[in-house]
Design a protein around this ligand. Structure first.
Ligand SMILES: Cc1cc2nc3c(=O)[nH]c(=O)nc-3n(C[C@H](O)[C@H](O)[C@H](O)COP(=O)(O)OP(=O)(O)OC[C@H]3O[C@@H](n4cnc5c(N)ncnc54)[C@H](O)[C@@H]3O)c2cc1C
Length: 203
């Protein structure tokens, strides 16, 4: 496999846009390439080393996506706490109830802990150390913590959580991407089980 970055010549390349639940700012496409001439000058690196180059980018991609998930989780948590302070039911803010407070407090801790794992993975990557386990763990922990925070933000808003006006429904849709991509949570568990714990490969 070789990598290239070349002009999009629609005579040889067909794009079919995929309608998605979120990430509207960036479209995603099915790409069909048939007989596209690629000048050697447009090849990235050496011929046949493309997969190696892609592998090199996978750990930083996981770290980056993890950081994104934490940011999204925190944005959701901020909106949830603001609303919990403002919304009065039975003469008191709903945020005065521990059933509202505790899940949000737990999300804050989970996001903080995940961020430390992100920093650890990023530090190792920056220093040229093997960081596969840390990058995968960071992506898993951050995406799950971010998802919990986004879901709790919707629930904290009650019916308004479903309304676009309060933005948390959008956060919930967007946090699904760091959960699914660039690798599913299940495959991260498989990786940790095999590569870190030394258990037999399961897939
Ligand atoms: C918005 C978006 C953008 C994307 N952008 C890119 C991109 O730029 N480049 C790119 O290469 N990819 C991209 N992807 C693809 C993404 O990386 C994959 O969708 C993701 O890795 C999951 O793989 P899959 O879709 O093949 O799911 P599958 O592997 O088919 O998995 C489906 C489900 O089964 C589970 N599963 C599969 N195998 C096992 C197992 N052995 N044990 C337990 N559970 C299992 C999975 O966890 C998942 O829940 C993008 C996806 C999205 C949603």
């Amino acid at each position: 496999m070789s990598l290239f970055y070349t002009d999009l010549n629609r005579q040889y390349v067909e794009l079919r846009e995929i309608d998605k639940m979120g990430r509207k700012a960036v479209d995603s496409n099915q790409v069909f390439i048939d007989g596209l001439p690629v000048p050697v000058a447009d090849r990235i690196g050496e011929e046949g080393r493309g997969f190696e180059y892609i592998l090199h980018g996978m750990n930083p991609e996981r770290i980056l996506i993890a950081a994104e998930a934490i940011g999204l989780g925190r944005a959701a948590l901020n909106r949830a706490t603001r609303y919990a302070n403002e919304r009065i039911v039975f003469n008191r803010p709903i945020g005065q109830n521990q059933a509202i407070q505790h899940p949000l407090a737990e999300s804050w801790m989970a996001l903080q802990a995940a961020e430390l794992m992100v920093q650890r993975a990023a530090w190792k990557y920056d220093h040229g150390e093997p960081c596969g386990a840390d990058a995968n763990a960071a992506k898993y922990l951050a995406a799950e913590a971010g998802f919990d925070a986004c879901q709790r933000a919707v629930m904290t808003h009650g019916g308004y959580g479903y309304a676009k006006e309060y933005h948390v429904e959008r956060y919930l849709r967007e946090i699904m991407i760091p959960r699914i991509a660039p690798i599913s949570p299940q495959l991260i568990l498989c990786y940790i089980a095999e590569k870190v714990l030394g258990l037999p490969k399961s897939y």
